[in-house]
Design a protein around this ligand. Structure first.
Ligand code: ZN
Length: 68
């Protein structure tokens, strides 16, 4: 299996910065959201896939839902 790739992340043209520790290195994954989670968050419009970026330094998770 491939190791997590740790890298900087750009979102809407800006470098993503961890809101907790200010770190700028993340590993990224795609997460499938279950139907129940989607309903709970009222996110059924958003599709079933989210991208998560996990801060390499403190472990804080930033979630990004698909747009459009
Ligand atoms: Zn952090």
């Amino acid at each position: 299996m491939k190791e997590h790739e740790i890298s900087s992340v750009e979102v809407v043209g800006k470098l993503l910065t961890c809101s907790v520790c200010g770190g700028q290195r993340f590993w990224s994954r795609e997460a499938m959201l279950s139907g129940r989670a989607l309903a709970f968050f009222d996110l059924e419009w958003a599709g079933k896939k989210a991208t998560i970026h996990v801060c390499e330094r403190c472990g804080h998770i930033d979630w990004f839902l698909p747009r459009g």
